[in-house]
Design a protein around this ligand. Structure first.
Ligand SMILES: Cc1cc2nc3c(=O)[nH]c(=O)nc-3n(C[C@H](O)[C@H](O)[C@H](O)COP(=O)(O)O)c2cc1C
Length: 316
C-alpha cells in the first residue's frame, strides 16, 4: 500500500525538493508525468512567521499538483509548531503534509545552524517533529543525510520515530560531501531495517532502471528523484513504468519539445518570472545536437519573451 501516515498515494516516485527549481510549474509538470508526491523547496519556519511576501509567494500551490508537502527549515522547535499552525489556518488545504529539512549543507545553513547541522542534534530534531506533529493531523516527514561529518542518521531516525514521524527520506551522503562521491545506497537498506515507518530512498537516481535497482537493493518504500528530473519530467513517466515492470517509453525529441512547451505554459499560468524558469530550461538543453548552443541562449535570456523565442527556434 502506497501510504504515508493517513495519506494514500498513487505511485512510488516523488519529486525531490530543490531550491530555485521545484516551483509550482515544475511540480505540476512532475505530477502530470507521474510523480506521486512533490515538495516545495525549503522554506524558513521563522520567515513564515514574519509573513514575508517572498515566503507567501513560495506557498502558492495549484489544485493540479496536490498532494504537495511543505518543507520547512530552521532550528527553534517552537517556530515549527507555530509555522504549521499558521499555514493550516491561512492556507488550509494547500498542503497534504509537512517535511523537516535536515539535509541542506550549504555554508549558509551550517552558519545559521539549520539543515544538515541538525544531524548533530537528534534531540532538537525530536522536539521540532513533536511540535510539527502536535500542530496538525497531517503526515510529517523528515529528510536527512547520513550526518554532517559522522554517521548519525540512525540516532536521528530513532528519535524521529519516537516523535511520531510518518516517513523518512535518506540522501545517503554526508553534509560535508555536498554532492561529491556516490550516494551510499546500502545505508538506505540499513535505515529500512532500523525503522518501522516508510523509507524514501534518494540520491543518484539518473535513469528509470536506477530507480528500480534502488528499490530492489534497499527495499525502500518510495524513491525520490532530484537533479536528473531537471528539464526532464518525462523521467517520472519512465520510472513509473520501470517500477511497474512495464516497457520504458523512450524520451524522444518530440516528447522533450512537448514537455518544454507545457512547462512554459504552466510558468505563464502561474506568473513565474524569467529567473524562476531559466534553470529548468538550462537543464532541458542536454543531450541534443546543438544542445550547448541552446543552453547558452537560455542562460542569456533576460525575459520570458526571450525564453519563448529560443523555445520556438529549437522546437518549432
Ligand atoms: C539545486 C538543488 C537544490 C536543492 N534544494 C533542496 C531543498 O530545498 N531541500 C532539500 O531537502 N533538499 C534539496 N536538495 C537536495 C535534493 O532534494 C536531493 O536530496 C539531492 O539532490 C539528491 O538527489 P538526486 O541525486 O536525485 O539529485 C537540492 C538539490 C539541488 C541539486
Amino acid at each position: 500500500m502506497n501510504k504515508i501516515g493517513g495519506l494514500k498515494l498513487n505511485g512510488k516516485v516523488f519529486l525531490a525538493p530543490m531550491a530555485d527549481y521545484t516551483n509550482v510549474a515544475f511540480r505540476v509538470l512532475a505530477r502530470e508525468y507521474g510523480a506521486a508526491l512533490c515538495y516545495t523547496e525549503l522554506i524558513s519556519a521563522k520567515a513564515l512567521l514574519m509573513k514575508s511576501k517572498k515566503t507567501a509567494r513560495m506557498l502558492a500551490v495549484s489544485e493540479n499538483e496536490k498532494p504537495v508537502f511543505l518543507q520547512l527549515f530552521g532550528n527553534t522547535p517552537s517556530d515549527f509548531g507555530k509555522a504549521v499552525l499558521l499555514v493550516e489556518k491561512k492556507f488550509a488545504g494547500n498542503f497534504a503534509g509537512y517535511d523537516l529539512n535536515c539535509g541542506c549543507s550549504v555554508p549558509k545553513a551550517l552558519k545559521g545552524k539549520y539543515g544538515c547541522l541538525l544531524m548533530n542534534e537528534p534531540q532538537i530534531v525530536g522536539q521540532i517533529l513533536t511540535e510539527m506533529k502536535s500542530a496538525s493531523e497531517k503526515p510529517v516527514t523528515l529528510k536527512m543525510r547520513l550526518g554532517l561529518k559522522e554517521e548519525t542518521f540512525l540516532d536521528v531516525a530513532r528519535v524521529a520515530e519516537s516523535a511520531g514521524v510518518d516517513a523518512i527520506t535518506l540522501h545517503p551522503r554526508f553534509g560535508e560531501q555536498g554532492y561529491s562521491g556516490e550516494a551510499q545506497w546500502e545505508k538506505i537498506k540499513e535505515l529500512k531495517k532500523a525503522v518501522g515507518v516508510p523509507v524514501i530512498g534518494n540520491g543518484d537516481i539518473k535513469t528509470p532502471n536506477d530507480a528500480a535497482r534502488m528499490m530492489k537493493e534497499t527495499k525502500c518504500d518510495f524513491v525520490m528523484v532530484g537533479r536528473a528530473s531537471i528539464g526532464n519530467a518525462f523521467l517520472f513517466k519512465q520510472v513509473k513504468c520501470a517500477l511497474a515492470g512495464e516497457k520504458i517509453p523512450e524520451r524522444t525529441e518530440k516528447e522533450t519539445s512537448k514537455e518544454a512547451k507545457r512547462y512554459f505554459e504552466l510558468a505563464k499560468e502561474f506568473n513565474l518570472g524569467v529567473n524562476d524558469i531559466r534553470p529548468y530550461f538550462i537543464g532541458l538543453a542536454k543531450g541534443f545536437s546543438g544542445a550547448a548552443i541552446m543552453r547558452n541562449k537560455f542562460a542569456m535570456s533576460k525575459s520570458i519573451e526571450e525564453i519563448e523565442k529560443v523555445l520556438i527556434e529549437h522546437f518549432p
